[in-house]
Design a protein around this ligand. Sequence first.
Ligand SMILES: [Zn+2]
Length: 154
Amino acid sequence: MARHLDLPPMSTVEELCAVVAERIGRPVRLAPRRMRVGEPSGFVERLPDEDVVHVEQETSGLHRAHIVCHELAHLLRGHLAEPPPPDDPALVQLEALDPEVLRLVLGRSHYDDAAEEEAEVLGAELLRLLVLAPGAGTTSQLAPALEHRKGQHV
Ligand SMILES: [Zn+2]
């Protein structure tokens, strides 16, 4: 799947972020932080001017990269709703209580199973690209950890 995307060589999630941003025509920012209880370990917040990838910082570098790759896969595959217009009165939309609108306002993304599956597969491939890239270094140590695992993130 990743092969068809014709991605340039890259070895860090930051580089991957830049590539994805170019592909989707919007800035993509990584926001590592301590996720609160009940929050997923990663999700994309879609703002009018940029997409922010929130990711749990209190985990291993490889797990963090896995989460980021998964979320970037959602972006690459166009799973997210259209970004909200810049000057949309969010309060008015919240009053409508339309779940779709609410989702948009909150900037959170929830996907159906097919989209989740797709992101899981493509995300794993992206991670493999990063880890196996020349200069990535600890390939032999990281490779066993690349086994597909279903994460808690959405
Ligand atoms: Zn997901």
